[in-house]
Design a protein around this ligand. Sequence first.
Ligand code: ZN
Length: 245
Amino acid sequence: MCEHSLYATTTRASVKRRTVLKIAATASAVLAFFPRAFAQNPKAPPKPENVLSPDAALERLMSGNVRYVQGVSKRHDFNHEREPLRTGQNPFAAVLSCADSRIAPEYCFDTARGDVFVCRVAGNFASDEIVASLEYAVQILTTPLIMVLGHDACGAVDATAKSIRDGTTLPGHLPTLIAAISPAVKAVQGETGDILDNAIRRNVILNVEKLKTSGPILNTFVDNKKVRVVGGIYKLASGKVELLP
Ligand SMILES: [Zn+2]
């Protein structure tokens, strides 16, 4: 081995050691705040079938959507589903979706209780509270996949586009939503095609990027390929989830 490759190997090993230490330090810090939650997460996961790689988790999520679209969703026996989840949970995916009543991530991916950790807010954007919730899912519940799920004809994105276009201020707390979704709407100004469709898509892409780079927890898991963050658009007419590249 030449001196250069020895140096490269040593450097790689040092970087790997630093990464491991960083994850360990992050885990210790989080566990200090969630001791009870950790205690409730038993060594044997309540749903062993949910222990998946990020890629396998995505495949399972999308297979569920195919069943939902085809109208062949599984029958769920809630009595039996509750029992193993009495002492813990290990969902195989987390979904950040719009609050729109027509979406329902548990249905559209044909999942059972304990399978999907769902965070919902109109406009499916990653506020600090949502990021914190997803940090909990990834760090404590060992969830390997996060999907940001937008949908066509989103009222929150449409209201944002109209508010910007007309220069109007919406009542109550709605300006909070407008402020969070505005970057996506402004980013697609001047693009060809339908502005609402473009903004919905861009909103998903921006929030996927935000979650991937959110430190110190999510970015570490993503960089170490322990977690994947993907974007999707739910189609109201068909129920199909289109994965964004
Ligand atoms: Zn919506």
